[in-house]
Design a protein around this ligand. Structure first.
Ligand SMILES: Nc1nc2c(ncn2[C@@H]2O[C@H](COP(=O)(O)OP(=O)(O)O)[C@@H](O)[C@H]2O)c(=O)[nH]1
Ligand SMILES: [Mg+2]
Length: 414
């Protein structure tokens, strides 16, 4: 099970279920739910309720590996590899469904784009028009320019074509990623593979990256992985996100995960979820979980005092339940109060203690025991969120207190 946006359609209903049904008055309950909505639901809705398909646009010379790239990213045969490509631009659009993951991708393969440009010639008007129409129709989030090392070395022609296109297209091209495919062509017969086991090969890939960076006149960049500079470079540029070498002929591919991570990082919030879910990328879902923990922890700092002080309104517990339920759902569970009960039941006594302590301290805070120190509630909430994250993602029971120093470090830099 992956996150299903329909489930989140009425988050306020979830609140009503999660917040103790024996809540004092109907009015108090409404205030609490309203308050939670204002603070938190907007944040979730951008990622989940407004979730839409990621839109990728792939271009590059015939044979560079565009179809292979689409297949490798989607992890299935979607595009025909080695297929004849036209010499006029005639893009093909793929809608790639991942029904069991509640996700769909839109991928457009420009085909023929470079072939339509005569050597040393101007870009035909039809090419610009076709590309422009494609960009308007599909409105891609990211462009992927696929090149082989040979094409990189062959000169600057292809880079010029893209630059010219960028100038000819109204509004310019969307941000693009350079995919430098077929790095295995550097390999000498009998040489070690993958590049991580072959320093000569790594060096050749790094040199190619340096060449590309130089041709693109990018002065500021950082390595994607400091320990392995051959994995690619992230550019400090609005137009070009970075350059990443790949091997995509057959499984096991090389470095496709890096590309996928880059997309998760650079896609707009609304498009990240469906990209990540289809990739089964747990790291992304975990990052969402962590974001929620921090949002809820910050939110409890701002709970109106008149609500906390009333012990009939278990608002803090409501927030905790909400957070636990969301984290459970990000990990692939149904979004329901059951996961909350399970977490509390399976958890150690300290999980229960932590929950009740948070509520008690919230009340104490306002009756003078902890004075103004609401940071205690916030840190506790963070601990509960982290313990839930570890429970649902790693199947491990960890005392919430274990995360206290992390909480302090996060919020106050202590
Ligand atoms: N050696 C090698 N061949 C590759 C690689 N990626 C794709 N190919 C092969 O290159 C050929 C063209 O690939 P394809 O994806 O159809 O390119 P497209 O024309 O840009 O769509 C096919 O025979 C692929 O198997 C790679 O990383 N290394
Ligand atoms: Mg193709």
């Amino acid at each position: 099970m992956a996150v299903n946006p329909d489930q989140y359609e009425d988050l306020s209903d979830l609140f009503k279920d999660l917040i103790d049904p024996s809540i004092g008055s109907k009015e108090d309950a409404e205030t609490v739910v309203e308050y939670c909505e204002d603070l938190l639901i907007d944040d979730v809705s951008e990622i989940i309720l407004e979730s839409r398909s990621p839109k990728l646009y792939v271009f590059g010379r015939s044979g560079a590996g565009k179809s292979s790239l689409i297949n490798a990213l989607a992890n299935r045969q979607v595009a025909d590899v080695g297929a004849f490509e036209p010499t006029t631009v005639s893009s093909s659009a793929y809608e790639i469904p991942f029904p069991d993951r509640n996700a769909t991708w839109e991928v457009v393969d420009s085909r023929g784009l470079f072939e339509s440009v005569p050597a040393d010639g101007e870009i035909p008007v039809e090419t610009v028009e076709k590309l422009e129409a494609d960009l308007v129709e599909h409105n891609p989030d990211i462009l992927l320019h696929v090149m082989t090392p040979e094409q990189v070395r062959a000169g600057k022609d292809d880079f010029h074509v893209v630059e010219k296109l960028d100038n000819s297209i109204i509004g310019g091209l969307p941000p693009r990623v350079m995919c430098l495919n077929k790095v295995d062509t550097f390999l000498t017969p009998g040489g070690d593979w993958p590049p991580g086991r072959n320093t000569t090969l790594q060096q050749q890939i790094t040199e190619m990256l340096a060449l590309v960076t130089n041709i693109l006149s990018v002065s500021d960049y950082c390595e994607y992985d400091e320990d392995e500079p051959a994995r690619g470079r992230i550019y400090d540029s609005d137009e070009i996100i970075g350059a990443f070498p790949t091997y995509l002929k057959e499984e096991p591919y090389w470095n496709i995960t890096t590309l996928a991570e880059i997309f998760c990082e650079y896609l707009p919030d609304e498009a990240v979820l469906q990209f990540a879910q289809a990739q089964r990328r747990e790291r992304i879902m975990r990052r969402l979980a962590r974001k929620q923990t921090i949002a809820v922890a910050n939110a409890v700092n701002h709970i109106p005092r008149k609500l906390i002080v009333n012990p009939n309104v278990p608002i803090v517990t409501g927030f905790e339940s909400y957070l636990i339920a969301l984290i459970a759902s990000f990990s692939g569970r149904e979004l329901s109060a059951d996961a909350v009960d399970e977490f509390i039941d399976t958890g150690s006594m300290s999980v229960r203690n932590m929950l009740s302590t948070t509520s008690r301290v919230a009340v104490d805070t306002l009756t003078g025991v902890f004075k103004e120190d609401v940071s205690y509630i916030r840190n506790n909430m963070y601990c509960v969120g982290r313990a839930a994250e570890v429970y649902f993602f790693d199947d491990e029971v960890v005392e919430p207190e274990e995360f206290m120093s992390e909480a302090k470090a996060y919020f106050t830099g202590e």
